[in-house]
Design a protein around this ligand. Structure first.
Ligand SMILES: NC(=O)c1ccc[n+]([C@@H]2O[C@H](COP(=O)([O-])OP(=O)(O)OC[C@H]3O[C@@H](n4cnc5c(N)ncnc54)[C@H](O)[C@@H]3O)[C@@H](O)[C@H]2O)c1
Length: 306
């Protein structure tokens, strides 16, 4: 199959591209290297067509998709904190950029599987969170993800095949500083044998899902007969940041206590996915557990794997 991965030099996009190459697909990556890195593509750079360009550039996009079978759309500006001071640019890339791909899908007939986010829910009133629960974003980044969902729904009603995956907190090799950055920060401290630092009281909870599971969700969504809708991609389990810090410390065998700093603005209090819908319709289930992965890295001192 001929596939375009936008944001393919980033964390999630590069793992999707690696999977596709391993399975014999013809892969083009469009990325402006804003946060993405060519280093993320070392395993596959002689097998892909890499285009350094911007999803806001309709003409560039059109050249890449006019004969494509599908698009995995991962490109976005993805920092909650930065989105407060760069609202217009976040809207432009995340919403206008996404609409470019939707318009082209309508014209050329390819399917889109794209990255939405659990942040569309804001601070949930019920845990675990179901796909049709309230969506009340509490920061500009999350608002752009919700605006993109409205567009995706509108285009799907006019015949475009587009599936949105609401990733929870994705962790794994090459992970970005957003979402699961806390894991990276904690491991960096443990490597230096100093205490991990928690923002706020540490009682905020997160549903961490492994990159391998996220890639599988993307592939299943692309291959399935499902033509529309939004799916939670989380494990259905959550851990508090305090417990995460203690888990990392205990796996290291060091005698440390976490330290606490200021709470971050725009940080949601709790996330935990209800995964019934994705299990049922896409036959997906998470396989990698965070505690196994962390213990493996820390006990083997495999810190280059983050
Ligand atoms: N990592 C997570 O836990 C998580 C959770 C929820 C949603 N998401 C979403 O998943 C997607 C991938 O996230 P990630 O963690 O891999 O982040 P990332 O920053 O590693 O990847 C994003 C990629 O998009 C590229 N990009 C940014 N603006 C672009 C533009 N205008 N044109 C072309 N390329 C552009 C960047 O250079 C980067 O390579 C994003 O849409 C993000 O919002 C991620």
């Amino acid at each position: 199959m001929k596939i375009l991965v936008t944001g393919g030099a980033g964390f999630i996009g590069s793992h999707i591209a690696e999977y596709l190459i391993q399975h014999g697909d013809d892969v083009t990556i469009l990325d402006n290297l804003n946060t993405g890195k060519l280093d993320n593509l070392v395993k596959i750079n002689d097998k892909i067509n890499f285009v350094n360009g911007d999803i806001r550039d309709y003409k560039v996009l059109e050249k890449l998709v006019n004969d494509t079978d599908g698009v995995f759309h991962e490109a976005a500006l993805a920092s909650v904190q930065q989105s407060f001071s760069m609202k217009d640019e976040y809207f432009d890339v995340n919403v206008t950029g996404t609409e470019n791909i939707l318009k082209l899908a309508k014209e050329y007939g390819f399917k889109i599987v794209y990255a939405s986010s659990s942040s569309v829910y804001g601070n949930p009133t019920k845990i675990p969170i179901k796909e049709d629960d309230d969506r009340k974003p509490i920061n500009p980044y999350a608002q752009t993800k919700l605006d993109s969902e409205y567009l995706a729904k509108k285009y799907s009603e006019s015949g475009v095949s587009v599936v949105g995956l609401r990733y929870f907190n994705v962790f794994g090799h090459r992970q970005s500083n957003e979402y699961a950055g806390v894991i990276k920060l904690f491991l960096e401290k443990i490597k230096q044998e100093i205490p991990p630092k928690i923002n706020g009281d540490g009682l905020q909870t997160r549903d961490f899902v492994h990159i391998g599971d996220v890639v599988r969700a993307n592939i299943l969504a692309m291959e399935s007969n499902t033509k529309d809708g939004f799916f939670n991609v989380g494990t259905g389990h959550s851990i508090s940041i305090l417990d995460l810090a203690n888990l990392v410390i205990s796996a290291s065998g060091l005698s440390l206590e976490p330290i606490h700093g200021q709470e971050l603005s725009g940080d949601v209090r709790a996330t935990q996915a209800d995964t019934a819908l994705i299990r049922k319709l896409l036959k997906w289930e998470p396989k990698m557990r965070l505690d196994y992965w962390l213990t493996e890295i820390i006990s083997n001192k495999n810190f280059q794997d983050i």
